[in-house]
Design a protein around this ligand. Sequence first.
Ligand SMILES: [Zn+2]
Length: 115
Amino acid sequence: MNDENSHKLYMRFPDFFPKRFFEFAIGDGWFQIFYDLCESLEPLVKDFVHPFAFLQVKEKFGDLRMYTVGDASPEIKNLLSSAQEKASRTCDQCAEPGVWREDNWCRVRCDKHTK
Ligand SMILES: [Zn+2]
């Protein structure tokens, strides 16, 4: 993800990205999915004893993988799964509809970004 997009996330949701946060390794096409996810999570995590946060967010074999710490209610887990489901049909470069491509990189790509 480019610096501008990751900066937007750090500024808007500072509590979700503790000092230990390791990396964003996803394409910019998934930025909005992840941003929307953080907005939905925000009201759900307010009074947690063990604050919910991300440690790492990455793409692996076309999957959106999120490593988290803290409390995660079933509602939170549902939101994470639904973001993963959206990512699985969204080009990770341009956010257009995409499908999983086995060739070369195993990524979710639109036709334009396949080659
Ligand atoms: Zn694309």
